[in-house]
Write a protein that binds this ligand. Structure first.
Ligand SMILES: Nc1ncnc2c1ncn2[C@@H]1O[C@H](COP(=O)(O)OP(=O)(O)OP(=O)(O)O)[C@@H](O)[C@H]1O
Ligand SMILES: [Mg+2]
Length: 305
């Protein structure tokens, strides 16, 4: 399959700031990729390079085989910027019509995207009466119009409530199902669970992860928390047997490596009636994200528990 985005070893320097260093990333048709990273990690810079607004200091990018910013690339890409702003005097429908004309899309597409983002009722109101979430949905509508081959969405879910977020991810999954490629940036890994094919994490301009979420969880190999509630008289014995720390009188908590989990659970089950309950919790996605955004890909310390 030929990639829509092909970025090879790109670096971007702004005077003294290394915004991106030696980043290579590809996105194929039908793929949804999430780009994560702290403030200033380089996400928006990568979007601006893909759009051809700026040129990399080193490396190369092609968009569906064309140079970023060329007519060929521009026909391929739709963009929802980080700070979405529309002329206040226009209505939502007029805004989407404007973008439809710009992209040579059919006018029938306008009603269909307004419908998708649930703005039909407000479509004929001026944009300055819209709430933040409505403006964000209008931004998504202008990006969806004309069925783009590549959707670039810079923090598209900021300002959206949980239900709207869910609906948003359904809409972009539709785009991917129809063969469009999606690259979206976000600050949180937890909202992305099962919603993207791949997660790319930038840390201070370097790509420190680029893999499906399940692979990242496995690679991070973060400790698993086991909490054991002992029967009233047995808590000291349980603690002596399995180690860890005492919490709230009757419970013992310990952390173990994934590979050790079954051995420890069978040790706990061997304690029989001395144990009343066991709770096992894997690392949360936020912890996985924190792990990758704190440590570099070649940092040996990440392997330690
Ligand atoms: N035009 C510019 N001139 C100078 N420095 C810039 C310019 N654009 C970006 N930078 C710097 O490049 C780095 C990356 O910025 P970028 O906007 O790509 O981060 P980001 O990951 O999108 O952050 P955020 O989550 O805050 O939106 C930052 O240190 C920023 O100050
Ligand atoms: Mg940004």
């Amino acid at each position: 399959m030929s990639e829509i985005i092909k970025a090879n070893n790109i670096s971007m320097k702004f005077k003294a700031v290394d915004a991106l260093t030696d980043v290579s990333i590809d996105v194929a048709p039908g793929e949804q990729v999430a780009l994560l990273g702290h403030n200033g990690a380089g996400k928006t810079t990568l979007f601006r390079l893909i759009l051809g607004f700026i040129r990399p200091t080193a490396g190369s990018i092609s968009i569906a085989g064309s140079a970023p910013g060329s007519d060929g690339a521009r026909r391929t890409v739709s963009y929802l910027p980080e700070q979405v702003a529309f002329p206040k005097m226009l209505t939502g429908r007029e805004v989407v019509r404007f973008y439809a004309r710009l992209k040579g899309a059919a006018m029938s597409d306008v009603q269909s995207v307004l419908d998708k983002v649930e703005l039909v009722e407000a479509a004929d109101r001026r944009v300055d009466t819209y709430s933040k979430g409505m403006r964000q949905r209008l931004g998504l509508a202008q990006a969806l119009v004309g069925k783009p081959d590549l959707l670039l969405l810079d923090e598209p879910t900021s300002g959206l409530d949980p239900l709207s977020r869910q609906h948003f991810y359904e809409l972009i999954a539709d785009v991917a199902r129809q063969g469009g490629a999606v690259l979206l940036s976000s600050h949180g890994l937890s909202e992305l669970e099962a919603k993207t094919d791949r997660v790319a994490i930038l840390r201070k301009g370097q790509l420190v992860a680029n893999a499906p979420l399940a692979d990242l969880q496995r690679e991070a190999n973060l400790p698993i928390r086991i909490r054991v509630r002992a029967s009233a008289s047995a808590v000291d014995r349980v603690h002596a047997e399995i180690g860890g720390g005492r919490i709230n009188g009757a419970s013992v908590e310990l952390f173990c490596a994934r590979d050790d989990k079954m051995r420890i659970l069978s040790q706990i089950s061997g304690l029989g009636a001395q144990v009343e309950d066991v709770d096992v919790a894997a690392a949360t996605l936020d912890e996985v994200y924190r792990y990758f955004s704190k440590t570099g890909a070649d940092d040996a310390s990440r392997r330690t528990l």
